[in-house]
Ligand binder design. Structure first.
Ligand code: PLP
Ligand code: COI
Length: 346
């Protein structure tokens, strides 16, 4: 048995029992392996080191109220990984292989799956990395697909509390016809420096604008953007944001709760009209924002605009309802009319 305190978990890498692996070479995936060895062996010329040929997924497993174990919409992650891999010219696992490896990962690491009642879950990180040693800028179908996991609590250290975000005037996330809608490691690399500066200034998140005109909201560094105006759930339509499975789910949840759903370009100015706003994603679940500042130069002290939604820390009624609904379904406390929970253990 481990000595994990399920109530104080954050969102961190964790060495569990095992990783599930397969290697693509010479046109086929190797038999799926379960290994307790947490080290990979790579050629120093491997694509991943020089050209960042790497992509990943993120999904959660939940111990439900009645003791069953569920993965949340894993087939959506399988499809998204295939789309990203195609963009990078990488081989990708079939949906069946993806699901089998995720299930095996949970079952092999069951002692790290948080018990029901602590608000904690198991985060699965399926990772696809380019292995081929080369210098040429050409795709080559050689890769490792690995599924690893970690027990996790709230991403920002506390469930259902509001945090703050900053729009950095001098940083972009994604080029107009670039890689923004794919879950590639390189998209995150460019966020590390602005995150460091933002965190030093007390902001929890970065909110990126569309890079061509900087007039519309794209997404947070870690999650999609959504807002509430009256009875409307509003989320940006943009080619350069990640198609979030949580956002897609929340759009259905909002409609089920009788809200109107709008997916359309969101002008920055409209932030002034929202009753509530926040981020949504597997890691952050729903994270409301108390306020979002615009800083023309992130490192400089000047704040050119403040959009306030709630007092610091407080959470609005719509975010609370949406949060209770989605987590209620994930933890098996509420009905799952859309069949989102993929039960892997009764
Ligand atoms: N946007 C970005 C940049 C992300 O990293 C994530 C996390 O996966 C999301 C949005 C949310 O996507 P999902 O809900 O599928 O986890
Ligand atoms: C997720 O929510 O699954 C993510 O990948 C976000 C992470 C990059 C912080």
């Amino acid at each position: 048995m481990n000595n994990i305190n399920w109530d104080t978990l954050g969102f961190d890498a964790y060495r569990t029992r095992s990783i599930i692996l397969s290697h693509y070479k010479d046109g086929e995936w190797s038999p799926i392996e379960t290994t307790e060895d947490f080290s990979f062996t790579f050629d120093p010329f491997a694509q991943v080191f020089h050209y960042a040929i790497s992509c990943f997924e993120g999904l959660k497993a939940f111990r439900q109220k009645d003791g069953r174990v569920a993965l949340f919409r894993p087939e959506q992650n399988a499809a998204r990984l295939q789309r990203t891999a195609k963009y990078l010219g990488m081989p990708s696992p079939s949906q069946e292989m993806f699901l089998q490896m995720c299930e095996t990962c949970v079952k092999n690491n069951l002692e790290f799956l948080p018990p029901y009642g602590h608000g904690a879950s198991m985060y699965l990180r399926p990772l696809l990395v380019g292995m081929h040693p080369q210098m040429q800028l050409v795709p080559y179908p050689e890769a490792i697909f690995a599924v690893m996991c970690a027990p996790v609590g709230p991403y920002y250290g506390e469930h259902l509390r509001s945090f703050s975000a900053v729009i950095p005037g001098d940083y972009d996330r994604a080029a107009p016809k670039g890689s923004g809608s794919y879950k590639i490691g390189a998209n995150y690399a460019s966020t590390f420096k602005p995150y460091k500066i933002a965190h030093e200034q007390g902001y929890s998140e970065l909110l990126y604008l569309n890079s061509s005109t900087r007039q519309f909201v794209d997404e947070f560094g870690s999650s999609n953007f959504f807002a509430i105006k009256g009875n409307k759930y509003i989320t940006p339509l943009s080619d350069s944001v990640l198609p979030s499975i949580t956002n897609k789910t929340l759009q259905e949840v909002a409609a089920d709760l009788g809200m109107e759903v709008e997916k359309r370009p969101v002008p920055v100015e409209e932030l002034a009209e929202f009753d509530e706003a926040g981020g949504c994603g597997t890691a952050v679940v729903i994270t409301p924002m108390s306020h979002i500042d615009i800083k023309p130069v992130l490192e400089a002290p000047e704040v050119s605009r403040v959009f306030r939604f709630r007092p610091d820390g407080e959470v609005g009624p719509a975010c609370t309802r949406l949060y209770r609904q989605i987590t209620g379904i994930q933890f098996g406390e509420l009905d799952d009319p859309h069949g989102w929970c993929h039960i892997i253990k009764k």
